[in-house]
Write a protein that binds this ligand. Structure first.
Ligand code: ATP
Length: 293
């Protein structure tokens, strides 16, 4: 069984849908309200667990009701939450999402996620040491991401850095990661203005650029490949990137080549966009297998 450790964020998304977005000082009536578990770390942990990996998540929740809901959801999906301890007198991370006029506007409050410190990650060193692949994203403090990369480098554990949401990242951090998976927008921010093929050549079998329904691009040391995406009826693309990263990591942990892992990740992510919600459509390994027959 592939062992995966995810160092990252968790949150509850508070989603309201309305016909019209309120202006400053205005009150409008909404149509519906939902709470959905999210956060890139938790999403990737759930996706990897559904795909059959042995997953431990390392992060923090608040000591509020949302924290309990986040932990319950992770456990229900089979994720080990030993290193997801609540922070006292602190709220869990939340995302306040308004869906109106065909678009969304979001306020993110990081809350307990900011307490995912290097010291806390250090406490989980034994889990990281045992992992086949460690996954990290950019919704926790940058010093923690950098510490995680150093620790993985020291322990010789492969680190997959998903540089999302888009934030600048140091060259040292990129150097320490075994894989880095920006989408096109994040790629432009990281390698500002540089020629895509040149950058891909600099990071063979390491830099993977995701291109939405087109699939994912990488350079294998000899040739640049666009591993084609899978055409599906789209319901909700939220969480496609999270499913993709988790699926890729599980395959690499299982000894697959980068090309094979990307084929599988494209299939898993395509399945995820056919259902509502970030975690709603995340498939099991069996579902991915069936979709490929
Ligand atoms: P998101 O933020 O929507 O979760 P992202 O912006 O991080 O995703 P994308 O490049 O949009 O990243 O998508 C990641 C992967 O998900 C793609 O490489 C592809 O495999 C799959 N994917 C995304 N959108 C679609 C789609 N419409 N149809 C099929 N596959 C898709």
């Amino acid at each position: 069984m592939a062992k995966i450790a995810v160092i990252g964020s968790s949150s509850i998304d508070l989603v309201v849908s309305a016909d019209k977005r309120p202006q400053a000082g205005e009150t409008v009536l909404g149509n519906s309200f939902e709470t959905v578990p999210g956060g890139k770390g938790a999403n990737q942990a759930v996706a990897a667990a559904r795909l059959g990996a042995d997953v431990t998540m390392i992060g923090r929740v608040g000591d509020d009701d949302f924290g309990e809901i986040i932990l319950e959801n992770l456990k229900t999906n089979g994720v080990n939450t030993k290193y997801m301890e609540p922070v006292t007198h602190t709220r869990s991370g939340t995302a306040h999402i308004t869906l109106a006029e065909g678009d969304n506007s979001i306020v993110v409050v990081k809350g307990a996620n900011d307490h995912t410190t290097p010291e806390y990650v250090k406490k989980a060193e034994s889990v990281i040491r045992e992992a086949d692949v460690v996954l990290v994203q950019l919704e926790i403090p940058m010093e923690t991401v950098e510490f995680a990369a150093e620790l993985c480098d020291k322990l010789g554990v492969p680190l997959l850095l998903n540089p999302a949401p888009a934030r600048p990242v140091s060259r040292e951090l990129i150097a320490k990661a075994s894989f880095i998976t920006p989408n096109e927008h994040e790629f432009k921010l990281l390698f500002d203005g540089e020629d895509r093929s040149e950058v891909l050549k600099r990071y063979p079998n390491k830099l993977i650029i995701t291109e939405g329904k087109e699939g994912a691009r990488f350079f294998d040391g000899e040739k640049e490949w666009l591993v084609p995406g899978i055409s599906v009826p789209v319901v909700d693309t939220t969480g496609a990137g999270d499913t993709f990263n988790a699926a890729f990591a599980v395959q690499i942990a299982g000894g697959k080549s980068v090309y094979e892992a990307l084929e599988f990740a494209n299939h898993a992510a395509a399945l995820s966009v056919t259902k509502f919600g970030a975690q709603g459509g995340m498939p099991t390994a069996e579902e991915v297998k069936r979709s490929r027959e």
